[in-house]
Design a protein around this ligand. Structure first.
Ligand SMILES: Cc1cc2nc3c(=O)[nH]c(=O)nc-3n(C[C@H](O)[C@H](O)[C@H](O)COP(=O)(O)OP(=O)(O)OC[C@H]3O[C@@H](n4cnc5c(N)ncnc54)[C@H](O)[C@@H]3O)c2cc1C
Length: 302
């Protein structure tokens, strides 16, 4: 289902993100998680793409399995670092033929073991180049929907580490939108002010496509630093930090703080006309289910 139709059917959208399983054991656990979250009738789920294409087949296989066995539209992520034009086109053809409605188009980062990776032979340098390529693909008629793929792009309410200032970053985001994106999904953030400020700046810049807020419930003390690192340095509001400090090494207490904070964030976003909420599940269902249940949404009884 094209993202424009998903928004027509439900706004705000509620969606979940998964990463592909590494082996048969985690594959089966992940599938159980997906089925347990499917009862919440999410607007869509998305599946990440490993750096440099490291999960190309795994992402593809999970996306198709979700499409074939559930009623949830799956959205594959696709990154262009370390890929040729042919590789990207072949991936698009496979998804188009399988009737996948949307792609989240990203630049990606070089794989961790390739820190000095030379990008000069990459076919697409920025995500905007990939968006343009998908738009060109969309007019080939290979996709069963005459509009072709709906296209999502990433954005960073607190700024992306590669860009020196927010003004430039907004110009680059606008370029990506003008290339043909249908919606934006943000990086995780812990302070809604960062999101509202970012959304206002988007609207001032003439970016009027839906902006979905990325929320990740903190579930472990160990994972907090990693999360902030992944997000390029997300800032933690003082109140959240104090609660996490009080929780210390008590895993259960940390989880309660994390889930409570994420639920409060979601309530604040819903009260302020957010277009959608995307929960980063880390392939676990408990925190997502509890956050969801706190929002008073239908299908949240289990
Ligand atoms: C919702 C979401 C999902 C993600 N999923 C994945 C995933 O599945 N797999 C994965 O590997 N990574 C994923 N990422 C991480 C993402 O790939 C990295 O953060 C990457 O560094 C930026 O990707 P982008 O698509 O925003 O790139 P771009 O939009 O290309 O931006 C990259 C940087 O270049 C700057 N820039 C853009 N255009 C120009 C220009 N014309 N001139 C100069 N500078 C420019 C931008 O401001 C930014 O700093 C995800 C991120 C988000 C927010």
């Amino acid at each position: 289902m094209h993202i424009q139709d998903i928004f027509k059917r439900q706004r705000p959208t509620f969606s979940f993100e998964f990463f592909p399983p590494k082996n048969p054991k985690t594959a089966s656990a992940l599938y159980d998680t997906i089925l347990s979250l499917a009862s919440h009738d999410p607007s869509f789920v998305s599946v990440t793409y490993g750096a440099g294409g490291s999960t190309r087949e795994l992402t593809h296989d999970l996306v198709l399995k979700i499409k074939e066995t559930t009623n949830i539209p799956p959205i594959p992520h696709l990154t262009c670092v370390a890929h040729s034009k042919d590789e990207i086109t072949q991936t698009l053809e496979r998804y188009a033929k399988a009737g996948i409605g949307n792609i989240l188009a990203l630049r990606g980062d070089p794989p961790a073991n390739m820190t000095n990776y030379d990008r000069s032979s990459d076919a697409f340098f920025y995500a905007s180049d990939l968006v343009r390529h998908i738009k060109e693909f969309n007019v080939t008629g290979i996709h069963p929907d005459s509009r072709g793929f709906g296209i999502g792009i990433a954005a960073f309410p607190e700024g992306h580490p590669d860009t020196p200032n927010r003004l430039k970053e907004m110009d680059y985001l606008k370029e990506k939108v003008d290339a043909g994106a249908d919606y934006i999904c943000t990086q995780l953030f812990f302070d809604n002010h960062d999101f509202f400020d970012f959304r206002d700046r988007c609207r001032l810049a003439g970016i009027n496509i839906p902006i979905i807020a990325g929320i990740m419930p903190i579930t472990s003390a160990k994972g907090i630093n990693r999360m902030a690192e992944l997000a390029g340095g997300a800032h933690f509001p003082a109140r959240l930090l104090r609660a996490l400090r009080r929780a210390g090494d008590n895993q259960e207490a940390v989880e309660r703080v994390g889930i409570h904070h994420a639920a409060e964030q979601c309530l604040g976003l819903l009260d302020n006309d957010v277009d959608g909420i995307h929960l980063y599940t880390l392939n676990q269902s408990k925190a997502t289910r509890e956050v969801y249940a706190s929002l008073g949404l239908a299908n949240s009884a289990d």
